[in-house]
Ligand binder design. Structure first.
Ligand SMILES: C[C@H](CCC(=O)O)[C@H]1CC[C@H]2[C@@H]3CC[C@@H]4C[C@H](O[C@@H]5O[C@H](CO)[C@@H](O)[C@H](O)[C@H]5O)CC[C@]4(C)[C@H]3CC[C@]12C
Length: 830
C-alpha cells in the first residue's frame, strides 16, 4: 500500500510565536487571589518539590509538532510528531514530559548487487548528536497522514525508485477491553521497489533506554537481546530495562521473523557519542552484528541505546513488508504519593512481573492485522459516507487521541479486593461496584495535559459521549467510581484559592469536581482542584444524573440504573437546596459556580437552569422505569413548576438570557444555553409529548446563537464564542465569556443537528476544526479554549471529545429516517 486516500492529512501552518498562551495579566484581576496562588505554588513546587496541578507560572510552550500517539488505553503513551520524531512521553501515569529523543529513529539501508547504495536516517533533523549518521532527509519527499489510531508516513527515497510507507497502528478498538489496553504500537513498513533490479532493504529501529529525562543517565539500566517463538511465529529484538526505583519499565524493540526476513540487532550503543559504530555496522552489509548476551549496566551519567534491524530482498518491480514493534511494559505503578501499588489493566492478560515485553511484542506482531480489520470495519462506514465532509472525518477520529493521550490510566482491580479497600464506606452500598470493577477495571483520564486532575466531572460530561459510545463499560466503571465518592466525605479543611475561604475537601452527597491528582493518590483523595469550593457548584450533581440516564438509555444496563438510583436521589436532594425561592428552579449564587469557573452567574440561569430541568425530567423517567411512583410524582411536580419559572425568568422572545440577575450582561447570548436540551435529545426525550423546553424556543435560541455567536464572530470561521452581547460584540465581562471552547462548540453542533439545523451545526463545528488543526497548528493537542486573536488556553484537553455527540446525533437521525419508531428507541441498539 502507498498513500491512504481516505486519511485526511493534518498540517501545521501557524508559527508558535504568533500564539500566546492564556495571558496572566487578564487572569489576575484580584491581587489577593494572585498572592494566595503564588504562596501555594511556592510551597508546592519549591518546598515540597512537587509540581502544581495547574501551573500558571510555567505553561507548556506551544510546539506545533505533534502527530498520532502510540499505545492502547491506559498503559502509557508515546506521541510521535508528524515529522516522525518520538516527542511526548507519558509513561508515569498522568505525568507528561515533552522531549524529542533524537536517538529514537528509523534508518533505511538499500543494497544493490551486494553494495550499500543508500543509507539514510528517516528524519529531517540535523542534530548535534550522533554525528556519524546521515541526517537531514529532504522533507519534500516525505508525507504524513493521520487518522487515529493509525498514521502513515510515506518516503519517496530520492533517486532510488523505492517508496517506503510506514503504517503505524495502535490497538485502540471500540468495545474491546483486552487488546485496547496494551502498551504497544506497530510499524509496518511496506516497500515498493519500482526499479528494474532487486533491492535489499533494511529498516533499523534505534531506541534510547529511557524517555529523554535525567533518569536516563541515573545508572543501572541495561539491554539484552531476545527471541520468542510461539505457535509457529517468531519475533526477535532487544529488551531495554529501565531500572528506576519508582515505576521501572522495560522497552522491547522487536521485529517479526518470517521466510525471507532477517532480524539482527545491536544490544547496546552509546547514543551520546558519534554513533559511528552502529552506522558502519549497518552500512557494511545491511545487517547488525547481533552479539549474544546482555549489556553491562550503565554507570551513573552514562546513557545507552539499542538497535534492531529487519531486512528483506524486494524483487524488481516488487513489494516487501517489514514488521516492527515498540512495547513498554510498566505493569505496576505508583502515583505521586507512592502510597499504593496499582496494576495496569493489561497485567490481567500478560502478568505483572515486568517480564511481559517479549510476549507483548509477539502478540502485537501477530495480531495487528486483526486490529486493522476491526479499525477499518469501525471507521469505514463513516469514511465512506459521502454526505460527511472530510474535515469532520478527520476531527471525529483524530480527536480520539485524547482517550489514550489524556494521561490515561486503566487499572486492573484484582478479585481479592474488598469494597472498603476500594474507597471507603460508600463502596459497600453499590451492589455491582465490585463485579464491574473486577471485570472492566478502573479508568481515569486527565482534564487536560496542563490541568492535571483525573476525570474532571463537569468536563467529562461533554467528553463522556466518546466513552459511552465506544467503550461503554469504561463509562459505567467511571460512574461507579463517582457514585462511591458521592457517598463518601473528606472532612479535611483547606483554603480555596479564589475566595480565600476555608472549607472541607468533600461533602457527602455531592459529586466531586475530580477524582484526584495523579501526582498524589487519585481515588483515595479526590478534589485536587482547589480554585473554588465545588460543593456549591450547580452543575456537577446534575451532570451525574444526566449521564446516568443517558448511559442507561444507550446501554440498557438495568443493574447500573438500579445502583445509581439512590445516588441520583441523594445528589438531587443536595441540589434542591439551590432552589432558594422554591419556584422549581435552582439559582446560581453570584459566583462562578459551574464549569465556566471564571464567569459569574447570578439567579436563575440558562445553563444551570436548563441542566436542572433536564435532570428533573430524567429523574421522572428513571422513577418510571424503576416503578418508584412517589419519586416520579415529586419530580413531575417540580418539573411543572420549574418549566414555568424558566420560561418566565429567562425567555426573552428569541433566546434564553444568560441569567435573571438583571445585571448589564444578563442578556448575553450563551452558546451553551441549550446544554440540557442536548442531553434530552441524545436520549430521545425531546419529542413533542414529553418536551421540557418548547421546540420553537430551542430552535429560535439555536438560530440566534448561529447568527450572533458563530456568524458575527471572526467572520463565522472560528466556531461559537461562549458569550455574545445582543448587539453582536463578544461579552468581555469575564475571561471565559470571550473565549471559544472547542468541546462546547462540538456539543452545540450536535444540538443543532438534533434539532434539524444540520448545515448550521456542521458550519459551527468546522470553524473549530479548521482553527485548531489547520490555522493554529495544534494537531493532537486541541486546547480547551482560544480567543479570536491567537490566544489559547490549556493544550491537549478533554472536552473536545464531545465531537462524538455529533456522531450520535447523526446516527439517531439516520435511524429515525429509516424507522420512525417510538421516541424511546435507542439508536445504538435498535
Ligand atoms: C481568580 C481569577 C478571578 C479573580 C476575581 O474574580 O477577582 C480567575 C479569573 C480567570 C481564572 C482562570 C481561568 C482559566 C482557568 C480555569 C481552570 O479551571 C478548570 O477549567 C475549566 C474551564 O476552562 C473548568 O471547567 C474546570 O472545571 C476547571 O478545572 C482553573 C485555572 C484557571 C487558570 C482560572 C484561575 C482563576 C482565574 C485566574
Amino acid at each position: 500500500m502507498t498513500r491512504s486516500e481516505t486519511a485526511p492529512s493534518i498540517w501545521a501552518t501557524a508559527n508558535a510565536e504568533d500564539c500566546l498562551s492564556f495571558p496572566l495579566a487578564t487572569a489576575f484581576p484580584s491581587a489577593c487571589w494572585l498572592w494566595r496562588y503564588f504562596k501555594w505554588w511556592y510551597k508546592k513546587t519549591r518546598i515540597e518539590k512537587k509540581s502544581a496541578f495547574i501551573d500558571l507560572l510555567c505553561a507548556v510552550p506551544l510546539q506545533q509538532i505533534y502527530g498520532c500517539p502510540l499505545g492502547g488505553i491506559g498503559g502509557g503513551t508515546i506521541t510521535r510528531g508528524w515529522r516522525g520524531e518520538f516527542c511526548r512521553w507519558q509513561l508515569n501515569p498522568g505525568k507528561y514530559h515533552y522531549e524529542t529523543v533524537i536517538t529514537d529513529q528509523f534508518t533505511v539501508c538499500l543494497r544493490r548487487k551486494g553494495q550499500t547504495v543508500y543509507q539514510q536516517v528517516l528524519s529531517v533533523e540535523k542534530p548535534s548528536a550522533l554525528q556519524g549518521w546521515n541526517w537531514g532527509y529532504c522533507g519534500r519527499y516525505a508525507f504524513y497522514h493521520a487518522l487515529y489510531p493509525r498514521a502513515w508516513m510515506v518516503y519517496e527515497l530520492p533517486g532510488q525508485n523505492v517508496v517506503l510507507t510506514c503504517r503505524q497502528i495502535s490497538p485502540v478498538i471500540p468495545h474491546d477491553y483486552k487488546d485496547s489496553s496494551l502498551p504497544v504500537g506497530v510499524f509496518i513498513w511496506e516497500v515498493e521497489n519500482n526499479s528494474e533490479e532487486p533491492v535489499d532493504v533494511s529498516i533499523m529501529f534505534t531506541l534510547q533506554n529511557g524517555t529523554g529525562t535525567k533518569g536516563d543517565g541515573s545508572g543501572g539500566h541495561w539491554n539484552e537481546p531476545f527471541a520468542l517463538q510461539d505457535s509457529g511465529e517468531r519475533v526477535a529484538g532487544v529488551l531495554l530495562h529501565h531500572c528506576t526505583p519508582i515505576n521501572p519499565f522495560t522497552f522491547a524493540v522487536a521485529a517479526r521473523e518470517k521466510a525471507g526476513t532477517v532480524i539482527t540487532h545491536l544490544t547496546a550503543f552509546d547514543p551520546v557519542g558519534s554513533g559511528r559504530d552502529v552506522w558502519q555496522d549497518l552500512l557494511q552489509d545491511g545487517k547488525l552484528e547481533s552479539p549474544t548476551g546482555k549489556s553491562k549496566q550503565t554507570q551513573k551519567g552514562e546513557v545507552t541505546a539499542a538497535a534492531v534491524c529487519a531486512s528483506c530482498t524486494v524483487p524488481a518491480r516488487g513489494h516487501g513488508t517489514l514488521e516492527l514493534a515498540l512495547v513498554w511494559d510498566m505493569p505496576r505503578v505508583h502515583f505521586g504519593s507512592k502510597e499504593r501499588l496499582h496494576l495496569r489493566r493489561y497485567t490481567r492478560f500478560f502478568g505483572s512481573n515486568g517480564d511481559a515485553a517479549p510476549a507483548l511484542s509477539h502478540y502485537a506482531l501477530t495480531h495487528y492485522k486483526e486490529w486493522e480489520r476491526k479499525i477499518e470495519a469501525w471507521q469505514k462506514p463513516i469514511l465512506e459516507d459521502s454526505q460527511l465532509p472530510s474535515w469532520y472525518k478527520s476531527a471525529l477520529f483524530n480527536e480520539l487521541y485524547f482517550m489514550t493521550d489524556g494521561g490515561t490510566i486503566w487499572l486492573d482491580i484484582p478479585p481479592d479486593c474488598l469494597p472498603q479497600d476500594l474507597q471507603g464506606p460508600g463502596a459497600a452500598k453499590l451492589s455491582h461496584l465490585l463485579p464491574v470493577l473486577h471485570e472492566y477495571g478502573r479508568f481515569a483520564y486527565l482534564e487536560g495535559q496542563e490541568y492535571r486532575m483525573y476525570n474532571t466531572y463537569d468536563v467529562h460530561f461533554y467528553a463522556s459521549f466518546a466513552l459511552v459510545m465506544l467503550w461503554p463499560k469504561l463509562q459505567i466503571s467511571l460512574q461507579y467510581d463517582i457514585a462511591v465518592t458521592v457517598l463518601n466525605e473528606d472532612m479535611q479543611p483547606r483554603q480555596y484559592l479564589v475566595c480565600g475561604k476555608t472549607a472541607q475537601v468533600k461533602l457527602k452527597n455531592v459529586v466531586p469536581h475530580d477524582i484526584g491528582d495523579p501526582d498524589d493518590e487519585p481515588w483515595q483523595r479526590v478534589n485536587a482542584y482547589l480554585m473554588h469550593d465545588t460543593a456549591n457548584w450547580k452543575d456537577l450533581n446534575l451532570k451525574f444524573v444526566l449521564q446516568v440516564y443517558r448511559d442507561y438509555y444507550l446501554t440498557h444496563d438495568a443493574l447500573y440504573l438500579q445502583d445509581m438510583w439512590p445516588v441520583c436521589q441523594a445528589v438531587m436532594e443536595s441540589e434542591l437546596k439551590f432552589d432558594t425561592d422554591n419556584d422549581g428552579l435552582i439559582e446560581n449564587g453570584g459566583t462562578a459556580d459551574q464549569t465556566y469557573d471564571a464567569w459569574v452567574v447570578n439567579g436563575a440561569s440558562a445553563y444551570c437552569g436548563g441542566l436542572w430541568l433536564a435532570a428533573v425530567r430524567m429523574m421522572c423517567e428513571m422513577a418510571e422505569v424503576l416503578g418508584d411512583t412517589e419519586t416520579r410524582q415529586k419530580y413531575s411536580a417540580i418539573l411543572q413548576k420549574g418549566k414555568e419559572s424558566f420560561e418566565r425568568l429567562l425567555w426573552n422572545g428569541k433566546y434564553y438570557n444568560y441569567d435573571s440577575s438583571g445585571s448589564s450582561t444578563s442578556s448575553s447570548i450563551m452558546s451553551d444555553q441549550c446544554a440540557g436540551q442536548w442531553f434530552l435529545g441524545a436520549c430521545g426525550l425531546d419529542q413533542k409529548e414529553v418536551e421540557v423546553f418548547p421546540k420553537s424556543h430551542i430552535v429560535s435560541a439555536l438560530k440566534t446563537i448561529f447568527e450572533k455567536n458563530v456568524m458575527s464572530f471572526a467572520g463565522g470561521t472560528m466556531g461559537a464564542v461562549n458569550g455574545m452581547r445582543p448587539d453582536g460584540v463578544p461579552d468581555t465581562s469575564s475571561v471565559q465569556s470571550s473565549e471559544v471552547w472547542v468541546g462546547v462548540v462540538y456539543a452545540l453542533a450536535a444540538t443543532m443537528i438534533q434539532e434539524g439545523l444540520v448545515q448550521e451545526g456542521f458550519h459551527t463545528a468546522e470553524g473549530c476544526y479548521r482553527t485548531v488543526w489547520e490555522n493554529l497548528g495544534m494537531a493532537f493537542q486541541t486546547p480547551e479554549a482560544y480567543c479570536e486573536k491567537k490566544v489559547y488556553r490549556s493544550l491537549a484537553y478533554m472536552r473536545p471529545l464531545s465531537i462524538w455527540s455529533m456522531q450520535l446525533a447523526l446516527e439517531s437521525k439516520a435511524h429515525r429516517a429509516l424507522s420512525p419508531t417510538p421516541p424511546q428507541k435507542n439508536p445504538l441498539h435498535p
